[in-house]
Design a protein around this ligand. Sequence first.
Ligand code: ZN
Length: 489
Amino acid sequence: MPHKIFIYNTLARKKEQFEPLVPGHVGLYVCGPTVYGDPHLGHARPGVVYDVFVRLLKDLGYKVRYVRNITDVGHLESDADEGEDKIAKKARLEKLEPMEIVQHYTIRYHKAMEQLNTLPPSIEPRASGHITEQIAMVQQILDAGVAYEVNGSVYFDIDAYNKKHNYGVLSGRILEDLQVQTRDLEGSEDKRSPYDFALWKKADPEHIMRWPSPWGEGFPGWHLECSVMSSKYLGEVFDIHGGGMDLLFPHHECELAQNTVTRGKDSIRYWMHNNLITINGQKMGKSLGNFITLEEVFSGNHKLLSQAFHPMTVRFFILQAHYRGPLDFSDQALVAAGTGLKRLFRGYDQLQKIKTDAKALPAELMEKAEQRIYKALCDDLNTPIALAELFQVVSWIHTAAQSGKAIAPVDKETATRLYERVVHGILGLQEETDQNQMPVVEGLVDMVLDFRTRAREEKDWSTSDFIRDKLSHLGIEIKDTPQGTEWEM
Ligand code: ZN
């Protein structure tokens, strides 16, 4: 691992060199979705950003344990611990079991993430599967004297916490400001201070998702699950915690406070936050009428879109911006991203056709390109710089292809490796395939396999092998079984 990795650590408010706790191993926890609605653009950015980060770490030789949770209980409508549970509300409105809602939207989320070519996390724990551990952590915080019980609910006591620690240290919020902000809100009657937050909430009689606890029947507060599940799967001290900037306050601030009491103040070593996507310069929101689900983007079925956009275009669009920078979504920006992606892959097609000559001189640009690209990626995941460097290579390929001259073998090797390791491997970009063409592709493959079967029946092994190898070259793998030949691409 010769590359030094730098990460902007939100807690330290500066870029720091990343040193894993255990050499060669990285533990990463990312806050996943609350599954009560269709996956939308807001899910795409963290999905893609942390996927590229994990792919980069793996490419550099690290073993990565990537934990991303599913919130299926405890996320209330308001950050002030008020309102209904988001999932329970959806279940009530649609007359379904809460776990039907969870299952339905988890499947849709997974499908969208797969379409965006993100690799699944190593572990995907659910809040409802960790109630015992959450109750244990509430007890630990009570035992430490930093929480109190009122009428079957347990609240984190910020005043007690602030005697030794500093609530607000991660998000930069100052308690006095919070007091002003929360004074007018209709806070819970039970709380000693409006800015205390719920660790455990007593379940009202009509509340469906409820579990027995030492404080009566109830359910965990939203922030608790991430403290519990991150330390369960990554250890009481772990490397990196990621998530969207919208989670910085109160979710991550509360998580850090809980961890500080139970795991020590340095339990999370680096905090990474991705910025959010805006739409035509505005925050995305249902009330603003600019809410776009990923399905609508992929089908083009939305009033703000002129056409359907391939998931790879969306992935490329996200990578064109630095993950901490703003990213404004518009129809125009996506059209431009689609053009850029096509140019990137046209370079790959041209590269295949360029001849090499051992006597040709290696190009200076190509000597440095690989190093520059890795440097950019390791510098706080600077994908726009890495892409700009890649497009220099694309231009060079284009010029070489136009000239008709042969290139040095080393240059072709480098360019090929850049496509395979960086474009496909780390950035996870693939050439767009038109799903409408799939029936045609399937028909053609079946036809070719019929020819192969005939060749085998005639014991024409060379033709049979030739067909298998050619298909394999196209990414189509075949398997001969007693029932016939199976294939997948
Ligand atoms: Zn979380």
